[in-house]
Design a protein. Structure first.
Length: 121
């Protein structure tokens, strides 16, 4: 048992001495880069829908026929804009679904619904 302990102590001393030799590093003078991160905030498009089906693109009146062209132009921007859909409470679901389908066909996938918070008494 004693010779085994002696061998283990010798091996321990060898590893303690040899370990710093195995972890040598080469000093390299790396260039310094100065850059600021580019934080691109996506544009938001306010798309309003009234109960009668009239559409408003960022407050400007538009038609459902002109909507696909506008959405395709917006889909080409980098980063892709978000659509904030503001629909009147009495707007039919069919109108909202058509607008969402036009948006999906144009390639705009980020749609958010804007609503007013309920005021409690």
């Amino acid at each position: 048992m004693i010779p085994l302990i002696d061998v283990m102590l010798v091996l321990l001393i060898v590893f303690i001495v040899a370990a710093p030799l195995l972890t040598h590093a080469v000093k390299i003078d790396l260039p310094k880069a100065t850059s600021t991160p580019v934080d691109l905030q996506p544009e938001t498009i306010q798309l309003g829908i009234k109960a009668d089906g009239s559409l408003y693109w960022n407050g400007e009146a538009t038609t459902e026929e002109a909507l696909p062209k506008r959405m395709q132009e917006a889909a080409g921007h980098v980063p892709q804009p978000e659509i904030h859909l503001q629909a009147d409470a009495r707007t039919s679901y069919e109108t909202i679904a058509r607008v969402m389908a036009i948006s999906a066909r144009a390639g705009l996938g980020k749609i958010g619904f804007v609503s007013e918070p309920v005021r409690l008494p």
